[in-house]
Design a protein around this ligand. Sequence first.
Ligand SMILES: CC(C)(COP(=O)(O)OP(=O)(O)OC[C@H]1O[C@@H](n2cnc3c(N)ncnc32)[C@H](O)[C@@H]1OP(=O)(O)O)[C@@H](O)C(=O)NCCC(=O)NCCS
Length: 162
Amino acid sequence: MALVASIRPMENEHVDAVVAIDHASYPTPWTDQAYRTELRNRSAVYIVAEGWDGRVLGYAGMWIVVDEMHVTTVAVDPGLRRMGIARRLLIALCREGMERGAGRMTLEVRSRNLAAIALYEQLGFERQGRRRGYYQDTGDDAIIMWQDNVQSVLRLAEGDAA
Ligand SMILES: CC(C)(COP(=O)(O)OP(=O)(O)OC[C@H]1O[C@@H](n2cnc3c(N)ncnc32)[C@H](O)[C@@H]1OP(=O)(O)O)[C@@H](O)C(=O)NCCC(=O)NCCS
């Protein structure tokens, strides 16, 4: 049976579980208040992947800026990685963004985050810039990546379902 029972909008009831995964995933995690503020932002989309028992397995978010999607976060429970959950979350963001009229997606990723870079490249994102020392907590550079044809991501999803 598939691990993910549903992908649905993040709600306040999910925030504690999301923050727990955030702490296990990022050097500078967001607070629960930061998430609750984001959930009130009408330009933002936050989603969770839930297991069959309702547990949060992972989550992702983005801002929609005119016709662009800016990914703000994606993380998966450390015990459940390499099972395709982040890929499904990003595909779901793409679908939602396209429905709202956005056709391109961008994000920043730490230059040492090889897992995330591999994930984005698998979805057709390309490196288009670097901001030196962008992350103040670790001094890492940011790699700026773009996927200019979000429709192609949805075609990948059709292949997953086939
Ligand atoms: C990056 C992250 C979200 C990936 O989540 P995930 O659910 O494990 O990713 P998926 O299983 O969907 O991986 C899809 C593809 O991405 C690539 N990938 C993912 N993790 C990888 C790793 N550790 N090493 C190499 N490639 C990796 C692979 O191509 C993988 O496909 P495959 O398993 O068929 O080879 C997860 O490692 C995480 O939560 N990290 C901490 C938070 C973070 O860094 N977020 C990104 C911020 S920019």
